[in-house]
Design a protein. Structure first.
Length: 513
């Protein structure tokens, strides 16, 4: 994508998250003086009146909310930050379920609004180009090669369709109305991209219970209009210059946002904020008493207004929570790296899995708090050494499995754990391991309460750190059967806990490596 188009997309996203109106156009120029930056736009000046702010204030909000260029929207392949968020969210669901909570995992599909329209126009342009017709991508379009592939797939399907179906598709391109064409190409693109996202997520060990469509499950049911009526009935809205505003700033410092936010623009269109409020209020809270969202690092400013809206609509303060999943820097042996075959700027989640595998990816993402930036070293993640945290933990489980395999090969009948006398375990390393194992239930409870699955990953690495030296320094298969059975029981306990902990992180526990 040309840099100015990507910058425009970023500006539009920032304005939406800041609750400001969209510009009709976003013009760019190269400043004459290098110290003034690489590119400049007058969008802050042109929006100042409609936004009821000075140009400087508009510019500051754009800077504050300007994203990284990644998205889990159905507009392209999943990227590396999506992989980190998926690991955190899926592990949280596993942790909460282990503590007895009823959890529903949900993927919200943004299949409406400006991004959907841009995707539809982009695919239509690619289809026309494949047919040899002159067509250019829209200014805010998606130029990735995946849409070229998708256009070819679309045309191949048309060639294989029945004659009436082909004629209908041809007529749509030639004579169809704009809205009809956009809906046709947009729905086709979303369905195919979602198929790919589902497949990649499935390979990653993530299966969502619910896939919610913004268009079908929110907009088509007129939920945004319904929530505007509800907010108005609570005297929480007002009109100014033709737009409808949410009285966020009037709710008090602890509850409210620092500014009022637009719910419906002067042209009659509801804002993304209004759609999001309706979605959470009527869809997410319909069958849940607690909602946990995972947002990207560019959404910090979006959280207060959503919290304010949820509390204004009667939801308890702790019922709506947001976890900010921070950026990922990709390295190889400590050096920054780009590995994408399709776009140099992005690291695709699928490519990451091809190189390091599901287990290494998930465990590495869970070695740090979700709100801390993470450096992901590809070389470390594939290294078979103590430096690689997932290998170090999995190898502890594999070593224990090998001990039990040796016992079976020697015909040793191992008694049930409950019947084993553990009193022979007197070595300092043995006591240290036992103390670690006793901590595990509280580690899991604490991780679930704090919504921090990285605690489990960190603790498992510590457990492996005390087990591996013990394995090297002490024999388990011995002539002294009392001591042998006690040590086998100790190893079995470690193996069971490692297996359980890795399962909470969505990581396998191999019996050989």
């Amino acid at each position: 994508m040309p840099i100015t188009e990507r910058l425009t997309e970023g500006v539009r996203a920032a304005l939406a998250r800041a609750g400001l109106p969209e510009p009709e156009a976003c013009l760019w120029e190269v400043p004459r003086q290098a110290e003034h930056g690489d590119y400049a736009t007058n969008v802050a000046l042109t929006l100042a009146r409609a936004a009821r702010r000075t140009p400087r204030q508009v510019a500051e909000l754009i800077v504050k909310h300007f994203p990284e260029f990644v998205s889990a929207n159905p507009t392209g392949p999943l990227v590396i930050v999506s992989a980190r968020a998926a690991a955190v969210g899926d592990s949280l669901a596993r942790l909460l379920r282990a503590q007895g909570a009823q959890v529903t995992t949900e993927f919200y599909v943004n299949d409406a609004g400006t991004q959907f329209e841009a995707l539809a126009r982009s695919l239509e342009a690619r289809v026309l180009q494949e047919l040899g017709q002159p067509a250019s991508l829209p200014a805010n379009g998606y130029p990735g090669d995946y849409l070229v592939d998708l256009a070819r797939e679309y045309l191949a399907e048309q060639r294989g369709a029945s004659v009436p179906e082909r004629e209908a598709a041809d007529a749509l391109l030639v004579r169809g109305g704009e809205r009809e064409r956009l809906e046709h190409f947009g729905r086709y693109a979303v369905s195919r991209i979602l198929e790919q996202q589902r497949r990649v997520l499935r390979d990653y060990g993530v299966e969502f219970d619910v896939w919610t469509s913004e268009q079908r499950d929110v907009r088509d049911l007129h939920l945004p209009e319904k929530v505007l009526e509800e907010l108005a009935a609570r005297k929480l809205t007002y009109e100014h210059e033709g737009a409808l505003w949410f009285r966020s700033s009037a709710l008090g410092e602890e509850v409210g946002d620092d500014k009022d936010r637009v719910l419906r623009r002067s042209n009659g269109e509801v804002t993304y904020f209004a759609v999001d409020v309706a979605y959470h209020h009527y869809v997410k809270f319909r069958s849940a008493d607690r909602v946990i969202n995972l947002f990207g690092p560019d959404h910090h400013g979006y959280v207060p207004r959503m919290k304010a809206a949820m509390q204004a609509l009667g939801h308890p303060p702790d019922a709506f929570e947001v976890l900010i999943v921070q950026l990922v820097t990709l390295l190889r042996d400590g050096q920054p790296v780009r590995m994408s075959k399709r776009r140099g700027e992005f690291v695709l989640m699928e490519e990451l899995l091809e190189e390091v595998g599901r287990d290494a990816a998930r465990f590495t993402f869970l070695t740090r708090r979700h709100d801390s930036p993470l450096e992901f070293d590809l070389a470390v993640a594939t290294r078979q050494s103590a430096e690689n945290p997932v290998y170090y933990v999995q190898y502890a489980h594999a070593r224990i499995a090998s001990i039990y395999k040796q016992a079976a090969e020697q015909g040793i009948g191992v008694p049930p754990l409950g019947e084993v006398d553990l009193s022979p375990l007197r070595e300092g390393e043995e006591i240290a391991i036992i103390k670690r194992l006793v901590q595990y239930p509280e580690i899991v409870r604490g991780a679930a309460r704090a919504l921090e699955p990285h605690r489990v990953a960190y603790w498992l690495r510590e457990l492996a750190g005390v087990f591996h030296p013990y394995y090297k320094n002490h024999r388990v298969i011995l002539d002294d059967r009392r001591l042998m059975f006690a040590r086998l029981a100790l190893c079995a306990g470690v193996g069971r806990v490692v297996r359980n902990g890795l399962a909470l992180l969505g990581v396998n526990a191999p019996e050989s490596m």
